[in-house]
Design a protein around this ligand. Structure first.
Ligand SMILES: [Zn+2]
Length: 221
């Protein structure tokens, strides 16, 4: 299971349109996205150490038989969860490699011709081909349009006389959390942006300033 995204709720989710909650460890390091049910679980167990978001969401539960009042929990958009630092992976851990996040890392731009396209026209190109010992890792892959990928074939860029327009890199956890969630609130984006590596291409992207980018249409709160 992807450690950065929550498992889908088991039941039908009447509040499925609600944004995910950003979970931090107690040191304020971003960890993962939570469904509101999980956030409520942490609140109910008194596991929320502190909050850092601008948005609160109130969730209603059942009627208390003794008082006749309906229970509710108010959850913040950014919560620090007790014990998360021990229970989760290190901030420097390499996030999983998926095409969706790869294309977003590369801003949907082909690394060889510079054409910007939609995800279904793009491919994952192994800079050093797998047939030549290249690995399927962030540092050996770039986004390529289908014609460029076919033209390059099983060759390196040097062998194919095709120049890379940008270099690959490994997104850190904060950047990956931005890449893998299409519905990020402004306060969550501000928080994550402060943890994104200075070398990240996101800094040159409207993603961090709230503008529209291909495949990432809804970011503002
Ligand atoms: Zn191309």
């Amino acid at each position: 299971m992807d450690p950065f995204l929550p498992a889908p709720p088991a039941d039908s989710d009447p509040a499925g349109s609600l944004p995910l909650i950003l979970a931090l460890d107690q040191n304020g390091v971003p960890q993962r996205w939570l469904h509101w049910q999980t956030a409520c679980f942490y609140y109910a167990r008194n596991l929320v150490a502190w909050v850092a978001g601008d948005n609160d969401f109130t969730f209603h539960g059942g009627i208390c038989r003794r008082t006749g009042e309906r229970s509710h929990i108010t959850a913040n958009s950014i919560i620090a969860v007790r014990g998360q630092a021990r229970g989760h992976l290190d901030f420097s851990q390499v996030p999983p490699l998926n095409n969706r996040e790869l294309f977003r890392r590369d801003r949907h731009i082909c690394a060889y011709c510079g054409h910007q396209g939609s995800a279904f026209r793009l491919t994952r190109d192994h800079i050093t081909p797998v047939s030549q010992g290249g690995r399927d890792v962030w540092m050996n892959v770039v986004t390529a349009c289908r014609p460029c990928n076919q033209k390059k074939g099983g060759r390196t860029p040097e062998q194919a006389r095709m120049q890379l327009l940008y270099a690959p890199y490994v997104p850190n956890r904060a950047e990956f959390l931005i890449l893998c969630n299409r519905h990020i609130l402004a306060d969550q984006m501000d928080f994550l942006a402060r943890h994104v590596s200075a070398r990240s291409r996101l800094h040159a992207d409207p993603l961090l300033s709230g503008g529209p980018v291909p495949g990432h249409p809804q970011l503002a709160a």
